[in-house]
Design a protein around this ligand. Structure first.
Ligand SMILES: [Zn+2]
Length: 401
């Protein structure tokens, strides 16, 4: 929660539809900055046979060794040092585990234990400083390590801010201080709010807080903002007037880009804003090709699984409506689950492609009159499921137009 100097005015379309405009100068001075914490945990498991996991810096002999670079943030105990900067390329809890199967006995009759790498890395896109490192005991007496990583979140376009009155919005632009509108006193707002956010929502408290905040800032005094005591608006107006401001809170502004006077007075005041949890840095995602589901071979969904953005039935329908056949083909086949299957001309079933014996034949008539057909894997799966139900789906081949 921080007090922002807010002006209620449009700004070159950058604050339409509940978007907010921030002052870059204010952001660089620390406005709206917050910390994001994430805790990573790892256990030293005990296995039957007396073998244990170990927190340590893995050496080259460990199976799955990630390279010296990756472990350079670790201290002697295998845990990252406090206040070091770590990214997704760094291990923060170094750990090795015993081999899954006992290795065969070497010629000297000793079992050479080859340990496995099982370290914990920083999550992708969540770099930060190691804030705290803790070793404790988990249930069952195993050693438990916890490492807390602190990320500094600097406001950027797409981050969410709100006042106490539910006037929430997303940053649409962070404008250089020189381009911000200014008053005759040279004051520039920290945040510009769109006037359309006010009448329909009737958040009178927002306006009252701005006005009272302005008076309190001028007087350098704390004023009561709770609904339990009446703060007379007349009193607030008197204070503003006494300090040479208009009692209605409006001020004349000059355009920071053209330097021209802006027509109409602009309501300006001081109000508490808070940063909300939703931040673009945690949501931004893009993929070209990537992981697919094993059953359908279609791209996975969701950010955690590096998924694609769904181009659904309704979106496909719009392409049909526009007659965009090639784009439709691209979105539903090329970008999704395209396969080329062999189909028997006589029986209309998917044929067998025996790559070892280099033979292509039909599973029913054993004939070799089979032809490649482009289809979606989802359709091939449907054919398989119908066959499993005892239904014979027959494809009729025609010449490709
Ligand atoms: Zn056949």
């Amino acid at each position: 929660m921080q007090n922002f100097v807010v002006a209620i005015m449009p700004f070159y379309g950058f604050n339409v539809l509940d978007a907010l405009v921030l002052n870059l100068g204010a952001v660089q001075r620390g406005l709206g900055r917050s910390a994001y914490f994430r805790v990573y945990e790892a256990l030293e498991n005990r296995y039957p046979g007396g073998q244990v996991d170990r927190f340590e810096i893995p050496n080259e002999e460990v199976v799955g060794y990630l390279g010296e670079e990756v472990y350079r943030k670790l201290g002697e105990d295998g845990l990252a040092e406090v206040e070091t900067y770590v990214t997704d390329k760094d291990v923060i809890i170094g750990r090795t585990s015993p081999p899954r199967f006992l290795e065969e006995i070497s010629e000297f009759g000793v079992v050479k234990e080859k340990r496995r790498e099982s370290s914990i890395k920083v999550r992708k896109g969540k770099p930060g400083w190691v804030d705290k490192v803790l070793i404790t005991e988990a249930e069952g007496g195993n050693r438990l390590a916890k490492v807390k990583v602190r990320s500094e979140m600097i406001p950027e376009p797409g981050d969410k801010f709100s006042s106490k009155h539910g006037q929430k919005g997303v940053v649409g632009a962070i404008v250089p201080e020189a381009d911000m509108p200014f008053t005759a006193y040279g004051l520039k707002p920290d945040l510009i709010l769109n006037p359309h956010s006010i009448p329909s929502r009737m958040t009178i408290g927002h306006l009252l807080e701005m006005l009272t905040g302005k008076a309190a800032a001028l007087k350098a005094e704390v004023m009561d903002g709770t609904p339990f005591n009446e703060v007379s608006i007349e009193e607030v107006r008197k204070i503003l007037k006494a300090y040479g401001f208009r009692p209605d809170g409006k001020e004349v502004f000059y355009d920071g880009i053209s330097g021209e006077k802006i027509e109409g007075e602009i309501f300006t005041g001081v109000i508490a804003y808070r940063r909300l949890y939703h931040m673009v840095a945690h949501k931004i995602q893009a993929r070209a090709r990537g992981p697919v589901q094993i059953l359908t071979r279609q791209p996975t969904e969701g950010k955690e699984k590096e998924g694609g953005l769904r181009f659904g039935e309704m979106e496909g329908e719009t392409l049909i409506g526009h007659g965009a056949a090639i784009l439709l083909h691209e979105k539903f086949l090329e970008d999704a689950d395209k396969v080329v299957e062999l189909v028997c001309e006589n029986c209309g079933v998917i044929a067998i492609n025996d790559k070892i014996r280099n033979r292509k034949y039909c599973p029913i008539c054993k004939g070799s009159k089979v032809y490649p057909v482009e289809m979606s894997y989802g359709f091939k799966l449907l054919l398989d499921e119908l066959k499993a139900l005892g239904i014979y789906p027959k494809l009729v081949l025609a010449d490709k137009v």
